[in-house]
Design a protein around this ligand. Structure first.
Ligand SMILES: [Zn+2]
Ligand SMILES: [Zn+2]
Length: 284
């Protein structure tokens, strides 16, 4: 694929989905925002730009460049098995999605990785811009994992580009603060992760945070027992975020970048939220 065409495809698809979801949020919001757009949108969009520049500078070939190389040299399992191109593409797409699901679980349970990923969860509201709010170190690590998968399996470049475009779109969709008829949600969430399904993952309740890890295909959560249909407090009353970095000052771009390297002195309780509170532990 022509590299210029690829960039145009990526940017125009992302911009179209962003505009559609932002409009839907304005005309049919799902819940009232707690802190609103003004303190959040410049930082959340700012971090998207930082992420794009970081990947471009540090891993300029990205996953698609590695996919082209693997195809040229015949590297990877799918190439070795001589699978038909369309089959490698479909299989590659599904396997990449499973890897992203597994990686997401790893980012929750490995403490050093949770430090990077919790910045995504520290947003005090959830809307379309939360879908692009990831720490650049998480994005770079995620890119390296994707590159390893593409190399090991020999996933075709077209499937890699399509996967990235679709994942970007579904991430913006499932973070959106949009109202959808419950019956429609029930049908759609068999095909793709819906906003109501992913919102459970942004609950302050740790057992809810540690569920619904899927970003795109909803099947993995149901298959591996991490699916939770609704938040216990209901979508309107649930608290979004994590027990720390709840000061609105933490929504600034520079604060987002340094959150992995800081502890929040004002946190409600310890990082391992399941532990019973210990006297005097709240201010440690
Ligand atoms: Zn998460
Ligand atoms: Zn999320």
């Amino acid at each position: 694929m022509d590299p210029t065409l690829e960039v145009i495809l990526r940017i125009s698809a992302a911009a179209a989905v962003f505009a559609a979801m932002a409009a839907w949020e304005i005309f049919a919001p799902r819940r009232d925002l707690t802190v609103g757009r003004k303190p959040r949108w410049p930082s959340n969009i700012g971090i998207l730009i930082v992420d794009a520049v970081a990947v471009r500078l540090i891993i300029p070939t990205a996953a698609v460049g590695v996919a082209l190389l693997a195809a040229e040299r015949g590297w990877g399992l799918f190439n070795l098995l001589g699978l038909p191109g369309w089959f490698s593409g479909v299989l590659g797409f599904v396997v990449l999605d499973l890897i992203i699901y597994a990686q997401h679980i790893m980012f929750h349970y490995v403490p050093v990785l949770w430090r990077l990923h919790r910045m995504h969860h520290a947003d005090l509201d959830i809307d379309v811009t939360t879908g692009v709010r990831f720490h650049p170190l998480e994005i770079l690590l995620s890119m390296l994992i994707k590159i390893a998968a593409v190399l090991a399996l020999g996933i075709p470049a077209v499937a890699v580009v399509l996967f990235e475009v679709v994942l970007n779109a579904t991430s913006m969709f499932n973070h959106s603060n949009v109202a959808m008829p419950p019956r429609l949600d029930r049908v759609i969430r068999w095909l793709v992760v819906t906003p109501d399904m992913h919102r459970v993952h942004h609950s302050i309740e740790r057992r809810e945070t540690d569920s619904n890890f899927g970003f795109n295909l909803p099947w993995w959560d149901r298959l591996f027992g991490t699916y939770r249909p609704q938040p216990e407090a209901g979508h309107d009353r649930m608290t979004i975020g994590i027990p720390f970095f709840r000061d609105p000052g933490e929504l600034r771009l520079d604060r987002l970048l340094t959150q992995p390297f800081r502890n929040d002195r004002a946190r409600v309780h310890d990082d391992a939220a399941a532990r019973p509170p210990v006297a005097g532990a709240a201010d440690t």
